[in-house]
Design a protein around this ligand. Structure first.
Ligand code: GDP
Length: 192
């Protein structure tokens, strides 16, 4: 089945977003590191399957090697299913993403969000960055431009509306992301 795959660090609001997209209830605020395998759900209004990949990032009480394994599993799943994954959605926390990215940038370190963004594109999966929790962001344009810079996209962010989608999942305000996803499905002739 054609699918849309969601990836993102723990606590970015992936469960909240999944609830909006599928109508199912999810265990939000779940202890990070608990969901280890990909979960598939029907997208309520579309003829696609949404795959929720495990949240990645700091997980309290979860050993480093388990964290690394989670990441390896995500990458392997995407590689093995790249043919049927029509769109990748990288969910980030609009309020925290820049700080987290900068904290994890270094000579030997590529931040997870940046790594995933490039990885998805490298395996040929059009990717939408769903910038969540925009209700907590007051310098919206500035913040989205900074995110573009970190991801290697020229500013201003407004030229990337098919890639950068500011949303507030908690309030069900996710239309920019749906639009961007539909755009990529349409480009692949899969929006019937
Ligand atoms: P997950 O770990 O990525 O699945 O994240 P959750 O969906 O469990 O959400 C983590 C926390 O972020 C919860 O407290 C949510 O209520 C909160 N959250 C999710 N979406 C939003 C949003 O759009 N705005 C705000 N302010 N908080 C949100």
């Amino acid at each position: 089945d054609a699918e849309v795959a969601l990836v993102g660090r723990s606590n970015v609001g992936k469960s909240t977003l999944m609830r909006e997209l599928t109508g199912h209830t999810f265990d939000t605020g779940q202890r990070p590191g608990v969901t280890r395998s990909p979960n598939h759900y029907d997208w309520a209004s579309e003829d696609f399957v949404i795959t929720d990949l495990p949240g990645f990032g700091f997980m309290e009480g979860v050993p480093e090697d388990v964290r690394e394994q989670t990441k390896t599993d995500i990458v392997r799943y995407i590689e093995e299913n790249a043919e049927k994954i029509l769109v990748g959605v990288l969910v980030v926390d609009g309020k925290a993403a820049i700080d987290i990215i900068d904290r994890h940038s270094g000579p030997d370190e590529v931040p997870y969000d940046v790594e995933m963004f490039h990885f998805l594109r490298d395996v040929g999966i059009p990717t939408v960055v769903a910038v969540n929790k925009m209700d907590k962001v007051d310098d919206r344009d500035e913040r989205l431009n900074e995110l573009c810079e970190r991801l290697g996209l020229p500013t201003p962010w407004q030229q990337w509306r098919n890639t950068v989608a500011p949303i507030t999942a908690k309030r069900g305000s996710i239309e920019p992301m749906n639009e961007a996803i539909r755009h990529h499905l349409h480009e692949q002739g899969r929006d019937d």
